[in-house]
Design a protein around this ligand. Structure first.
Ligand code: BDP
Length: 487
């Protein structure tokens, strides 16, 4: 079965889920004879601001609390380094190096209420990259490395790429040049002339400079914030260039909603079926096919501008993350990176503040910063936040081959089916409804339950059952993983 057909079947399954012709009994049919996409073993990832590298002790094997959390989340995930701060960092190859002036193509703008982007600039040093390599070795993870395109030059990008490539070696999956270039007109470029063609010109010049210095360099691009409408043009224009730089993946971002003050940023909306996900998937899938490459969701989360307290940092976000990651897997994505990190770094990516702080009624210091981060840094400790439990649940599909399903229920629930590399069939059922979901799936036993005392709970459980048992009911607001008991 080709991917297009798989997407069509998935879309049909989603449509039937919302169907008004509601049957009395939910029905789940797994098309086990139809292999869909295989989920890469390094499907799961995290996204951090490049500015984390301004502190070389952060991504370091000595930062054992962080190392432990990465390892607990996934044995071989992908750390994406980028975000808004990647376009204001500068490469400082030696202690004596001075910050270079802004290149002539930059029209600096400061979004209202923010600090000027260049007031937030910082240096990336060789020691930070060397420590990053050791951190990747300690965690078993690899890296997508973001380099400044917004306020730098191709020659500087090539210099940094040379050191990064040499130092990270096979821990480097690929480079990304520029973060969310579809938004450059609000900070770095002339509004009148900035568009997908202008971006491609600049990107190609920088990517070719990097390739001249690092001949085997590979790239993820365009890393757009929201203009997935750029994909058809990118596929056409790059497709016509025979010696184009090696594109390892087409990449885009996705935040469910934002900013935190948006009244639509609610748990109720977060958990509803979301047609945007399939729309973006169809665009990136078609473009990737034309360029014979993969596609990855390299940065996203529940609510942009740092997340929303009470939505991004509670159990509802865990159910969202489990469902979203598995939906992307079923749609053929090669991976997903949810954004987070240290509060100050994400605040800097937003001009200096986290607007979610204004919505907190108790001491903001007791909350994770940013509010959506999968791994929080509170005091000296690194803490697994609800969203990371949903990711971990989804990661049980790493290495598996997805199957199309027909799932019909009157409730707000989703299901995903796959065959593990070992040949064992698995099914995830995510009940996002306030009512219990009755299931009739003989030959499957409970393997894992993702649950919490309530949707707004800040503590989450991911439990293995003590005894082998079939499941006839998925409780309200609960996700279960089932494994086939048939040999
Ligand atoms: C994205 C930026 C990232 C921000 C995030 C946010 O790439 O740097 O931290 O939004 O708004 O657009 O939370």
């Amino acid at each position: 079965m080709n991917r297009r057909r798989f997407l069509a079947v998935s879309a049909a399954a989603a449509a039937s889920l919302r169907s008004l012709a509601q049957p009395t009994k939910p029905a789940l049919t797994i098309h086990a004879d139809k292999p869909g996409p295989t989920v890469p073993t390094n499907f799961l990832g995290l996204s951090y601001e490049t500015q984390q590298l301004s502190d070389p002790t952060f991504f370091s094997p000595r930062n054992t609390g962080l190392v432990d959390q990465f390892r607990a989340l996934a044995p071989n995930g992908v750390l994406r380094i980028g975000g808004n701060t990647s376009d204001v960092g500068w490469w400082k190859p030696t202690l004596a190096s001075k910050q270079p002036p802004l290149p002539a193509n930059v029209t600096l703008r400061t979004p209202p209420g923010e600090k000027s982007p260049m007031d937030l600039s910082y240096a990336v040093t060789p020691v930070a990259v060397t420590n990053l390599r050791a951190f990747l070795d300690a965690t078993g993870w690899t890296c997508l490395y973001g380099i400044n395109l917004g306020s730098s030059t191709p020659a500087r990008a090539a210099d940094e790429a040379t050191f990064v490539s040499k130092t990270l070696g096979d821990k480097l999956e690929y480079f990304q040049l520029g973060n969310e270039a579809d938004g450059f007109a609000s900070r770095f470029r002339d509004k009148a002339t900035w568009n997908v063609e202008a971006y491609l010109d600049e990107w190609l010049t920088a990517a070719k400079a990097v390739r001249a210095a690092v001949p085997h360099a590979r790239f993820g691009m365009p890393d757009v914030a929201s203009k997935t409408s750029w994909f058809p043009t990118i596929a056409d224009k790059l497709g016509a260039i025979s010696n184009r730089p090696d594109i390892a993946a087409l990449t885009h971002h996705y935040y469910f909603t934002g900013p935190p003050s948006n009244p639509n940023a609610t748990l109720d909306n977060l958990l509803k079926p979301n047609p945007r996900v399939e729309k973006d998937a169809a665009l990136v899938h078609d473009a990737a096919q034309k360029l014979h490459t993969k596609y990855r969701m390299t940065e996203g989360n529940t609510c942009y501008r740092g997340g929303k307290p009470g939505m991004s940092d509670v159990f509802g976000a865990a159910l969202w993350a489990a469902d979203y990651c598995l939906q992307l897997a079923s749609l053929g994505y090669s991976g997903v990176n949810l954004h987070g990190g240290d509060g100050q770094m994400v605040a800097n990516s937003l001009g200096g503040t986290l607007p979610g702080d204004a919505l907190v009624t108790d001491d903001p210091a007791t909350h994770p910063h940013p509010y959506y981060t999968p791994i929080a840094h509170i005091g000296p400790k690194y803490i697994a936040e609800p969203v990371s439990f949903g990711m971990k649940f989804a990661n049980n599909f790493a290495g598996a081959t997805m199957h199309p399903i027909d799932f019909t229920t009157t409730l707000n629930a989703t299901a995903y089916a796959a065959t593990l590399a070992t040949g064992q069939p698995i099914v995830a059922i995510i009940n996002k409804d306030a009512a219990p979901l009755h299931v009739d799936l003989s030959g499957y036993a409970l393997a894992l339950t993702l649950s919490a005392p309530s949707l707004t709970s800040t503590t989450v459980s991911l439990d293995e059952p003590s005894a082998n048992r079939e499941v006839s009911t998925v409780p309200p607001y609960t996700a279960v993983l089932l494994r086939s008991t048939r040999p």
